[in-house]
Write a protein of this length. Structure first.
Length: 132
């Protein structure tokens, strides 16, 4: 999956780098400059799931890893880094790249909905939430 860029230099595409991370061959960098290993996501032996989707609207896919929390990874200068972490449970990525969370039971008949879009810096740009 190597590509040749406009300067004729061979480069590795994002999918290849993400596959190396998921296979445990490389680590990801956090915003705190520590490193994450893919086996850290195997929470309570339940494993994790992942997909690639453009969640920050830069026309490049990011790696979304979910166990109980949702982690979004991007690539900068050939290094995988943690763009965003959704610490609340039950968040998912929608078809438009937005993050969506539904939480039942805050009250006996209460449901909380939260819809968010993040930018290329991992900051929330749009947030709409409601409950009843």
């Amino acid at each position: 999956n190597n590509l040749i860029n406009s300067s004729g230099v061979e480069t590795v595409d994002n999918t290849t780098i993400f596959n190396q991370f998921v296979a445990g061959e490389i680590t990801a960098k956090t915003k705190e400059n520590t490193f994450l290993y893919i086996n850290q996501f195997e929470f309570l032996d339940k494993g994790f799931s992942y997909t690639c989707y453009d969640v920050d609207y830069d026309n490049e896919k990011e790696l979304c890893v979910k166990n109980i929390q949702l982690y979004i990874f991007d690539i900068k200068d050939g290094t995988v880094y943690n763009l965003y972490t959704e610490t609340r449970a039950n968040s998912t990525v929608l078809n438009d790249g937005a993050l969506f969370q539904v939480q039942h039971g805050a009250e006996p008949d209460h449901i909380y909905y939260d819809y968010r879009k993040i930018n290329q810096n991992g900051e929330i740009e749009i947030q709409n939430y409601f409950s009843w």
